[in-house]
Design a binder for this molecule. Sequence first.
Ligand SMILES: [Zn+2]
Length: 505
Amino acid sequence: MENSKYDIIIGLEIHVQSKTLSKMFCSCATNYFEKEPNTHVCPTCLGLPGALPVPNKRAIELCILLGLATQCDIDNEIHFDRKHYFYPDLPKGYQISQYKRPICSDGYIDIKDEDGKKYTIGIERIHQEEDVAKSTHHTESSTGQKYSLIDYNKSGVPLIEIVSKPNIRSAYQAKEYANRIRQIVRYLRISDADMEKGQMRCEPNISIQEKGKWEYKDNGIAPIGDYKLNTKVEVKNIGSISAVEKSIKYEIERIINTIEKGENIIQQTRGWNADKGITEFQRSKETADDYRYMPDPDIPIIEIAQKDIERISKEIVELPNEKIERYQKEYDLSDYDCTVLTADREISNYFEDIVSLLTEGKDIQKAAKLASNWVTGAVFSIANDKKIDINEKNFPKEDLIELIKRFEDGTLTRNKAEELLRRSIDKGNPLPKLIKNAINEAQKSATNLGDIVNQVIKENEKAVSDYKSGKQTTIGYLIGQVMQKTKGTADPNEAKSVLIEKLNG
Ligand SMILES: [Zn+2]
């Protein structure tokens, strides 16, 4: 796929729905998921004449927060513009967006490249806009007639668009970048970014240029000498991170084949067909001018003061990259453990609480290793099987600590401890009760075993005296007798050690 003759140049546009209670320019509730169509609507988000938009303050704060977390410059004025186009999912005939002055510009994030080294990807802009409605296309089963339905519940939901600089150079980098953006918006509770619910969508644009014949210039690329740049191709509305990587790989190969055949690349928008694993032609692309951008006369310019930015910046928490570095230094954990434990803010908080509860009177690195073993092991596996979140409600921390301590002091084997944890979640039984029962049972069966061994010794005088006179192999016979009396329920190793103890005692 990589071709020594060509350079791969990728830019990525990502849309995320902000986690606000109401829509971007009206007070309709945003919790429309799985609700009856067209129940979360009003004159504003239906685009009825005369309805006026009122910007959502929280949505703007979240957009600024994302800009601060990605080292962007924040504009001191907020300007909204109208982006005109006709489509049934856009009833006003224009989308309220931002054109010349995005709220945030010129930032960056760091990712880990395929070779494990740090790679910085530039962010050209982050701006605020509104989502459009949802159309679904159907066919009448009796007549074969086609028709479309529109649900305006999604119309007007706050949408943040993040536009990268075109310095993404491989499908792998694009995937990592999208991953990192998703992590940041989730960590900062800007968006749930659930891609299956359409809360995050990715649109890569890809171009292939001959090596040494182009350069970066003004947030874009420019030809060197009389070289003619190949046109870029855009892939629309990708709904999963893995599809970002796959669709880009597919396009790189397709474009290089087209160039090698001596054909022209036409500027176009393509769609990702996940079932077939290919991209498909959708339409030739409009240029920015087609949208007839103009300032929205209904929305005044909003001033952002330095004190607003300072207040919003207090919402920034330690992000995964910083956490990974700290976990490595403070806890001495492996790369893998650090990565999985920091992937989600809730999980990393949970893990850190377990570490501090275990640390009492113990080396912090030892406590962290123990906590990491249990969280990434049993807890992850149960959460995964049961499709439940890792939190205090599902895995009470004090209970887990109790379990880990009983494992550490040898009262419970690892298998037994994991079994109890799983059972407590399967049956909803409190874990401390299960632990107590398990310890009682173990003690009871130990006493029983002692009685049975005494009985076996009494009933097998010959074998016992043989053993005592040095014929050690008779122990096997005696173990067999114990197993018979317990109907095979005793642990043979335990039976052996109790026997030896009593015979030698
Ligand atoms: Zn509304």
